[in-house]
Design a protein around this ligand. Structure first.
Ligand code: F6R
Length: 606
C-alpha cells in the first residue's frame, strides 16, 4: 500500500533511503522515487519498476544529500506511469511530497487549484498536496503553518511526508489511518511506513497516532496534534526485531524461508499458553456474542477458528470477512469482535474494529506487528511474535494465528468446564508436538511436493476440497495458489461439490482433497465420498492423507502421505503442504514469488 522512507542528518542519506524503500517494497512495487535536498534545491528522481533497478538505472546512490524522502508505490489513483510516480513537486519546485492512503476530497481541491492557475501533471490524489503547501506558504511565509492549513482541509486517509527548500534541513510528516513512524538516532532522524525503513540504523521508534504531525531535523524532533497544535510527548518504542531476521538467510525467496520458519513461530505462539492469553479468554467469557474477523488469509484464519471453537469449546462464533462486517454484524456492548491481522494495518479490519468500538463492543486481536494500528486500537491484543513476514503472501503468520486461536478455544473450554484438564493436556501435547512434525514434513516431503508441483504446473484449474475444519484449509491453500502462481484455484467444502460444481469435472479440472485421518471416522468417510464422486467421472485427484501407502491405490491419481498425527493438528500440517505446493508451482512457472503482481502486503485502503 505504498512505502515511505525518509532521513535527515547523515552526510549522505541516499544509501539509507535506498535500503529504506527496498525493505518496504512488500508494501508496493509498481514504481518508486526519491526527493533529495541538494544545496537548497530539491532534486527528484523517479521511475516505474522496482527499487534496485531504479537505483542502478539512475545512479541515485551517487547523489549527495543530507535530507530526503523516498516512496515505493502500489497504484490506487492513476495508472502505473512515470507521471503518477511519487514524489510530487509544487509548481515552483519548493515542496516535494510523498503519500500513502487516499485523499478522498482531492477532486474539488484539484478543480479549485486548477482555477487558481496551478498546473497538474499526474492523475493522482497526492499531487494536490504539493500545490496546497505552496499556496498556503505564499500567504503565511511559514512552512509549519502552511502544513497545518493543508492538513485541516484534506479528507481521507494518509501517511504523508514532505521536504521544502524553505527549510532544507527538515522533514515534515503526518498520519491519519495509514501507518507512519519515526526512527530516533543520535544525529540522524528517520521516518518510515514501518520499522523496516530504518531498522539497520536505530532500534528507537516513535509511532505516530492518527491526527498527529511531526517535524524532524538532525538533532531534534517534535510531534504535535493537528487540531490543537499542542506538542504530544510520545514514548519511545524499542524495536525487538533485527535486520538479520528480515534477510533471506540463504533461501531463494522469503516465502520459502517463512514456510520453513513455522516450527519456530509455532513454538513462540505456544509460549503464550503459559502467560499471555488469560485476559483474552476473559473477554470471550464475558461477551454474549462473539464475531471472528479477518480478510483474505486472516478471514480463513477466522473461519478455521470458527470450527475450532465449535469443536473444542462447543461455541458457535460466526466468522465474517472484515470488508462485509458493516453489512452483517449487529454489535453492541455485549459483543466481542475478535480479529486476526498480520500487519495490524489492514483497512477493512481496522475499520470494522472501529465500527465495533463505536457501538460499544469489546474488541480484541491477534496481531504480528507490535505498535501497529490494530494492536493499539483494540481492548486486548495478543502479539503473536512470528517475526517479520516479508513475502507478500502470508504463511507463518497465519499458521501461528491458527495455533493461538486453538489455545484460546482450549482455555475457554476449560474455563467453561466443557473439557477436563486431562483433555486440555492432551490437546496441548498435540500442539507441542506440532513444530517437530512440521519440521519433519518440511525436510522429508518438500522434494516430493516440488516434483509434483513441476509435473502439474501446467494445470490451469484446481479444485481444493475439504470437509469440516479441512474446508478453511482448502480455502487458504487455494488462495496461496491463486496469489503466488496466478493459477485458478477454488476452495470448496467436499459436500458442496455434488450440488453443482461436479458438472465441471473433466480432464482439465484437477482436484486436491484434504483427507482427515481415518480416526475422524465421520469426516473421513464423508471426504471419501467426494473423492469417489470425482473418480467416477474420471477426474484427477491428488489426495493429501494420513493412511498407509498402497491402501488407497485405486482411489487417488497422486497421493501425498503424511505421518500419523493427532486429529487436532492434522489440518495444520496439511496447510503446510498447501503452502509448499503453491510455492513450487509458482517457482516452476517463474512467478515473482515474494512480490506477486497487483498485490501488496499491507492493504491500507478501502
Ligand atoms: C494472503 C494475504 C492477504 C492478507 C490480508 C490481511 O496471503 O497476505 O490476504 O492476509 O490482506 O492482511 P493482514 O493479516 O495484514 O490484516
Amino acid at each position: 500500500m505504498c512505502g515511505i522512507s525518509g532521513a535527515v542528518g547523515l552526510k549522505n542519506i541516499s544509501q539509507v533511503l535506498f535500503e529504506g524503500i527496498r525493505n518496504l517494497e512488500y508494501r508496493g512495487y509498481d514504481s518508486c522515487g526519491v526527493a533529495l535536498m541538494n544545496k537548497k534545491r530539491i532534486v527528484i528522481k523517479k521511475d516505474i519498476g522496482g527499487v534496485e533497478e531504479f537505483y542502478r538505472k539512475h545512479n541515485v546512490l551517487q547523489m549527495e544529500s543530507k535530507t530526503g524522502i523516498a516512496h515505493t508505490r502500489w497504484a490506487t489513483h492513476g495508472k502505473v506511469t512515470l507521471e503518477n510516480t511519487h514524489p510530487f513537486t509544487s509548481n515552483e519546485k519548493n515542496f516535494a511530497v510523498v503519500h500513502n492512503g487516499i485523499i478522498s476530497n482531492y477532486r474539488p481541491l484539484r478543480d479549485q487549484l486548477k482555477k487558481e492557475g496551478y498546473k497538474f501533471f499526474s492523475e493522482t490524489d497526492t499531487e494536490i498536496l504539493a500545490h496546497l503547501l505552496e499556496k498556503f506558504y505564499k500567504s503565511s511565509r511559514n512552512v509549519e503553518k502552511a502544513f497545518i492549513k493543508m492538513l485541516n482541509i484534506i479528507e481521507g486517509t494518509f501517511a504523508l511526508a514532505f521536504i521544502s527548500s524553505h527549510l532544507p534541513d527538515h522533514i515534515f510528516c503526518a498520519k491519519r489511518e495509514s501507518p507512519l513512524m519515526l526512527g530516533i538516532g543520535d544525529e540522524v532522524k528517520f521516518i518510515g511506513s514501518d520499522f523496516n525503513a530504518f531498522i539497520d540504523h536505530t532500534k528507537n521508534a516513535v509511532i505516530l497516532d492518527d491526527g498527529e504531525y511531526a517535524i524532524l531535523s538532525r538533532d531534534a524532533y517534535v510531534v504535535k496534534n493537528i487540531l490543537s497544535k499542542d506538542e504530544v510527548i510520545k514514548p519511545i518504542t524499542k524495536i525487538e526485531w533485527d535486520s538479520e531476521t528480515t534477510k533471506k538467510g540463504g533461501y531463494p525467496h522469503y516465502m520459502l524461508k517463512e514456510i520453513y520458519e513455522q516450527p519456530q513461530t509455532i513454538s513462540t505462539a505456544l509460549d503464550l499458553e503459559a502467560s499471555g492469553l488469560d485476559d483474552i479468554v476473559d473477554l470471550f467469557v464475558e461477551s454474549e456474542n462473539v464475531y471472528l474477523l479477518g480478510v483474505g488469509t486472516t478471514f480463513y484464519v477466522a473461519k478455521y477458528a470458527k470450527y475450532i471453537f465449535s469443536k473444542i469449546a462447543k461455541e458457535f462464533f460466526p466468522s465474517i470477512s472484515s470488508d462485509e462486517f458493516l453489512a452483517l454484524a449487529n454489535v453492541d456492548k455485549r459483543s466481542l469482535v475478535f480479529s486476526a491481522s498480520q500487519s495490524g494495518e489492514t483497512y477493512d479490519t481496522l475499520s470494522a474494529l472501529k465500527h465495533a468500538k463505536s457501538k460499544g463492543a469489546r474488541t480484541g486481536a491477534v496481531v504480528n506487528v507490535m505498535g501497529s494500528s490494530i494492536a493499539r486500537l483494540v481492548d486486548k491484543v495478543v502479539l503473536q511474535g512470528s517475526g517479520p513476514e516479508i513475502c507478500v503472501i502470508s504463511t507463518k503468520a497465519a499458521l501461528s494465528q491458527m495455533v493461538i486461536l486453538t489455545l484460546i478455544a482450549m482455555k475457554l473450554a476449560l474455563k467453561k468446564k466443557v473439557i477436563t484438564r486431562k483433555v486440555y493436556n492432551t490437546h496441548l501435547r498435540a500442539l507441542r508436538e506440532l513444530p517437530e512434525i512440521i519440521e519433519g514434513v518440511l525436510n522429508e516431503r518438500s522434494g516430493f511436493i516440488h516434483r509434483l508441483a513441476n509435473k502439474y504446473s501446467s494445470s490451469r484449474n484446481w479444485l481444493y476440497l475439504g470437509r469440516g475444519i479441512y474446508y478453511p484449509i482448502a480455502l487458504e491453500s487455494a488462495l496461496k495458489m491463486k496469489e503466488v502462481a496466478y493459477v485458478h484455484a477454488e476452495g470448496m467444502p467436499g459436500g458442496f461439490l455434488k450440488h453443482g460444481t461436479l458438472a465441471m469435472i473433466d480432464d482439465d479440472i484437477f482436484s486436491i482433497v484434504f483427507v482427515p485421518p481415518p480416526e475422524d471416522k465421520a469426516l473421513y468417510e464423508a471426504t471419501m465420498h467426494c473423492i469417489e464422486e470425482i473418480r467416477a467421472r474420471s477426474g484427477f485427484v491428488l489426495g493429501i492423507h494420513f493412511t498407509q501407502q498402497g491402501k488407497n491405490q485405486d482411489l487417488y491419481s497422486e497421493e501425498l502421505i503424511l505421518p500419523k498425527v493427532p486429529s487436532l493438528t492434522a489440518p495444520l500440517i496439511q496447510l503446510v503442504i498447501g503452502q509448499l505446493f503453491a510455492y513450487f508451482t509458482a517457482t516452476s512457472l517463474k512467478r515473482n514469488v515474494d512480490k506477486p503482481r497487483s498485490l501488496a502486503k499491507s492493504v491500507t485502503v478501502a
